[in-house]
Design a protein around this ligand. Structure first.
Ligand SMILES: *[C@@H]1O[C@H](CO)[C@@H](O)[C@H](O)[C@H]1NC(C)=O
Ligand SMILES: *[C@@H]1O[C@H](CO)[C@@H](O)[C@H](O)[C@H]1NC(C)=O
Ligand SMILES: *[C@@H]1O[C@H](CO)[C@@H](O)[C@H](O)[C@H]1NC(C)=O
Ligand SMILES: *[C@@H]1O[C@H](CO)[C@@H](O)[C@H](O)[C@H]1NC(C)=O
Ligand SMILES: *[C@@H]1O[C@H](CO)[C@@H](O)[C@H](O)[C@H]1NC(C)=O
Length: 951
């Protein structure tokens, strides 16, 4: 009996042991089945096929302990899609590390992970998670919590301050939190090394007690609404290596106590409102690599001590009020990579040793008062990518070799006093894409060697003293997009070879001494802007050039003529005739013109005499309309209403908009206008509905008429009667953005598209933020973005839509204002338009600019739009590249991706998470492909060379 009991006991112990050992392992294999049913992605599907049986410890991304328990799951950037199963912890109780970042995890925070009581590291960054966050207090063993780059919202989870084991806390880029201030409880985190709270809706001041968190190594508070001074107590964080406070509203001076942070590696307080001087103490920090203080109001000199630095890689202090000289030793003892001191009041000579250690990529000193010559040794700085010294008082010759630097992509010497000749070494410039030397005193001839710099896209040598011919070899520069040579003393003829510049978009040869004919072959190019004016050209102007409306481009060439007669559009060009008849005709012309001028003058005088400011104009004598129009005008009008009315004939129709017919009207004085005749669906009883419409329209038009902004189409006046409404706008010769992107024969390059994006954003930002009450456009789309001759975008057709749609008068689009493909999702449910609806639609336009695709395309699949398509693509690196318009050469990929990110934020389904238009403008400016500061590049440089990467 006793023995039996003992045996039974042993048996039960054994079985218990076996059970307790096997059950969880059994559980674990369930776990993988569960994961595979909840999540999808190529790598996950490999789990079953990769190994035999239950050898999941060998699965990629999985690590077990010696007993076979899963302790680590790392699926970072596996293109996983789906929801994390909520009960994973009941299968893998011993889990210590869970990394699921850079995937597309749907839904909210997976609260199930709280049951993994051993969890030490949780990384869910960049995973599309949204919603409120739970209380973290019970995560007792968590050391690393990374939820960065998601769309979490609601209250910031202050409860993390109870997780005293935390060493790394990363909430970067979760802009949906409601505004919060750093709570004192944060100081409970005695082990915290990294506190990342970038773009997290923080406001208020940086509390002085932060100086007590002496375990901190990285402190990142950028992109918030922090104000007040930088507390001197920060100087007590003796372990600090990285301090990022940029993009806030910090005021006061930079505390010299920061000079006590002897471990400091990266200090960035750019884009704030700091005043005072740059403390000498921070320039003496022994390990400082990155010092960025740009866009503040700093004064005084750049401390000489920075010239002694042996660690500095980047100094970026542009857009301040700094004065005095640059420390002459700067770069002498250190591997300087970037120097940007642009837009200050710095003077004196340029530092000679800046490239001493051969690592300099960026030398940017634009817009200062530097004088003297360019040091000869700059020409040996082979590492340079960008060299920009424009808008200074620099003089002397261009050092031989400078223009031929092997890696340089932009060389900008414009707006200085440089003289001498253009060095022939330009022929060695293998990577040069932009060369700006305009407005200097460069003489001699344009070296034919320039044709060997085969990557040149832009050349501006205008307003110099260049003489000699235009070298025909220039036709070899197949990528050339812009060639500006105006205002020189170039002689001889225009080379035929220019016609091989198939990408040429802007060509200006005006104000030179060019002779001979305009080559017929140039017609193959038809750039957007062409200027041959004020030369000594002769002979007939090729017909297609005139037809393209480029007539003004030929003025000031008395011997040029038009091969056939054009009604009135080219006043400056006489008809090509045989010499004797020309003379006679000329006399007749002069007489006729004189008579005409006298008559017109007399009529104008009469008209003024009788006064023309009558509000109600009787349109007698016109067959087209015989009703009285009421006119509301917003600008000084240089035209006569009668002329407008007369021109409303079918021949002048240029399009049918959603709400009316558009006419292009060219007036006798050469001015062009677009007139939109709104369809007013005649009602039987003109007294009721229709009048109400008119009143509303008028109120709207009144507001619009008062708007003055460079990115909003000018409305000159409005005529209305019971029958129709006519709106007179400025004429935009390049049509709308839709046609340009999706139908145009002109391929817009990325810098142009970026400029267009910024322009639209500025226009909308003005409507949203600078007007009271704000105006909501309601129908932002690429057909409503018009482009003028210089491709400056202007927003058109706003507000009007609302009035028309609210009255149901418009049958061509849906009942709600807005256009399918551009419509914010929330607008479909409640027809209440908000500014965030416009932001969404703008995001769609941005995507059109980036991808070159329409908002709805067959290839996106049924019921799928561009937003869905982009969201799918950006999950993988290759996908991102496929999103970018393949027609573009690909030279601005980084910048395009940066703008893509903005577009994705704008089209976020949660309105509150979309940025405001003001923010969008700022973000877009930061992504400027042509801006010398290249803020983003700094970040990239940092990432490459710094061990403490920006998360
Ligand atoms: C996994 O095993 C444990 C312990 O053996 C058990 O308590 C738990 O209920 C199991 N979980 C599931 C989901 O089967
Ligand atoms: C932190 O923990 C304490 C004690 O468990 C609790 O009373 C408090 O509410 C927690 N704080 C937060 C913010 O959750
Ligand atoms: C910070 O720490 C010091 C001592 O190290 C202490 O005297 C002071 O009270 C602390 N400040 C706060 C606000 O906790
Ligand atoms: C910190 O810096 C300030 C001014 O630069 C100095 O007065 C102070 O003594 C320093 N503190 C420590 C602890 O080194
Ligand atoms: C730079 O270093 C030298 C040598 O150590 C020293 O004499 C000089 O004072 C330093 N200059 C500045 C401005 O700190």
């Amino acid at each position: 009996m006793a023995l039996f009991k003992i045996i039974l006991y042993i048996l039960s112990c054994l079985s218990l042991f076996i059970l307790s050992f096997q059950a969880p392992l059994q559980n674990q294999s369930h776990f993988f089945t569960l994961m595979k049913t909840s999540l999808s992605g190529n790598s996950i599907s490999k789990w079953s096929t990769l190994t035999e049986g239950d050898q999941y410890c060998n699965y990629p991304g999985i690590a077990c302990d010696n007993d076979g328990y899963v302790v680590e799951i790392d699926l970072s950037a596996w293109s996983v899609l789906g929801r994390i199963p909520n009960d994973i912890c009941s299968y893998v109780q011993k889990l210590r590390v869970l990394r699921l970042g850079h995937n597309d995890l749907r839904g909210g925070f997976p609260t199930g992970v709280f049951n993994c009581s051993f969890l030490e590291e949780l990384n869910l960054s960049t995973s599309n998670l949204a919603g409120n966050l739970p209380n973290f207090s019970q995560m007792k063993s968590l050391r690393v919590l990374d939820l960065s780059n998601n769309q979490f919202s609601g209250e910031f989870p202050i409860s993390v301050t109870n997780v005293t084991s935390l060493e790394v806390l990363n909430f970067n880029e979760n802009s949906g939190f409601s505004m919060w201030q750093l709570p004192y409880e944060v100081t409970q985190l005695k082990n915290l090394r990294s506190l990342f709270l970038m773009t997290c809706s923080l406001h208020g001041q940086i509390p002085p007690w932060i100086g007590n968190m002496t375990s901190l190594v990285d402190l990142e508070l950028s992109g918030n609404s922090l104000d007040g001074p930088i507390p001197v107590e920060l100087g007590e964080l003796r372990n600090l290596q990285l301090l990022e406070l940029y993009y806030n509203q910090l005021t006061g001076e930079i505390p010299e106590e920061l000079g006590n942070l002897t471990q400091m590696f990266d200090l960035d307080i750019s884009v704030n409102r700091l005043t005072g001087k740059i403390p000498v103490s921070i320039c003496e920090l022994p390990k400082l690599r990155f010092l960025q203080l740009y866009n503040n109001s700093l004064t005084g000199e750049i401390p000489l001590a920075i010239g002694n630095s042996t660690s500095l890689h980047i100094l970026s202090v542009y857009e301040n009020f700094l004065m005095g000289e640059l420390p002459p030793n700067i770069g002498k003892f250190t591997e300087l990579v970037g120097l940007d001191v642009s837009e200050n009041h710095l003077s004196g000579e340029l530092p000679k040793e800046v490239c001493k250690n051969g690592k300099l990529f960026y030398f940017l000193v634009l817009d200062n008062q530097f004088s003297g010559g360019l040091p000869e040794n700059y020409a040996k700085c082979e590492s340079l990518l960008r060299f920009r010294v424009s808008y200074n008082h620099l003089s002397g010759p261009i050092p031989e070799g400078l223009l031929g630097l092997p890696h340089a992509s932009i060389i900008d010497l414009s707006y200085n006093l440089f003289d001498g000749m253009l060095p022939k070494s330009i022929g060695n410039a293998r990577n040069l894409s932009e060369l700006y030397i305009q407005t200097n005193r460069i003489s001699g001839s344009l070296p034919s060697e320039i044709s060997q710099a085969a990557n040149l896209v832009k050349i501006d040598l205008s307003k110099n003293l260049l003489s000699g011919p235009i070298p025909p070899e220039i036709g070899n520069l197949r990528k050339l997009n812009l060639l500006l040579l105006q205002g020189n003393k170039l002689v001889s003829s225009i080379p035929e070879s220019l016609s091989s510049l198939k990408s040429l978009n802007l060509l200006n040869l005006s104000n030179n001494l060019l002779t001979g004919n305009i080559p017929e072959s140039l017609c193959e190019l038809l750039p957007n802007s062409l200027d041959f004016s004020n030369n000594r050209l002769s002979g007939p102007v090729p017909l297609p050039l005139i037809k393209e409306g480029l007539a003004e481009s030929f003025s000031g060439n008395p011997k040029l003529c038009a091969p056939v007669y054009f009604n009135s559009s080219i006043p400056s060009l006489p008809l090509c005739l045989r010499p004797n008849t020309r003379k006679r005709l000329n006399t007749i012309w002069v007489i006729a013109t004189t008579v005409l001028v006298v008559i017109v003058g007399f009529l104008l005088f009469l008209k003024r005499w009788y006064g023309r400011e009558r509000l109600v104009i009787e349109q007698n004598g016109f067959s087209s309309t015989s009703f009285s129009y009421e006119m509301t005008s917003f600008r000084r009008l240089s035209f006569d209403q009668d002329e407008i009315m007369k021109a409303l004939i079918d021949k002048n129709i240029v399009g049918y908009g959603g709400s009316g017919t558009v006419y292009k009207i060219e007036l006798r004085n050469g001015q062009s206008f677009a007139v939109k005749k709104l369809w007013a669906g005649k009602t039987k009883d003109p007294s009721s509905d229709q009048l109400l419409l008119d009143r509303e329209l008028k109120a709207e038009v009144d507001t619009l008429g008062k708007i003055r902004h460079k990115n909003i189409v000018k409305l000159y006046c409005c005529f209305s009667n019971w029958d129709s409404n006519l709106l007179v706008y400025e004429y935009m010769s390049n049509g709308n953005l839709w046609d340009m992107l999706h139908r145009g024969k002109v391929l817009l390059d990325w810098p142009t598209r970026h400029t267009i994006a910024v322009g639209i954003a500025q226009g909308l930002a003005y409507l949203h933020h600078d007007l009271l009450p704000p105006i909501i456009h309601r129908d932002v789309k690429s057909t409503n973005i018009l482009l003028n001759a210089d491709f400056l975008p202007k927003v058109a057709d706003f507000g009007i839509a609302k009035v028309l749609h609210s009255k149901g008068k418009d049958s061509t689009t849906t009942a709600v204002a807005g256009t399918y493909g551009y419509l914010a999702p929330e607008y479909a449910y409640s027809s209440k338009a908000t500014v965030k609806c416009d932001v969404y639609s703008f995001g769609v336009v941005l995507m059109e600019l980036i991808t070159g695709k329409r908002p709805i395309e067959q290839e996106f699949g049924e019921n799928r739009n561009i937003i869905f398509w982009v969201a799918q693509k950006v999950l993988t690196k290759e996908g991102i590249m496929e999103v970018l318009d393949e027609r573009l050469s690909g030279s601005f990929k980084d910048e395009m991706i940066q703008v893509l990110r903005i577009a994705i934020r704008c089209t976020c389904s949660v309105p509150a998470l979309r940025p405001t238009m003001n923010e969008v403008v700022q973000l877009l400016m930061d992504a400027d492909p042509c801006r010398f500061d290249a803020f983003k590049r700094w970040d990239k440089l940092k990432e490459e060379s710094s061990p403490t990467m920006k998360a």
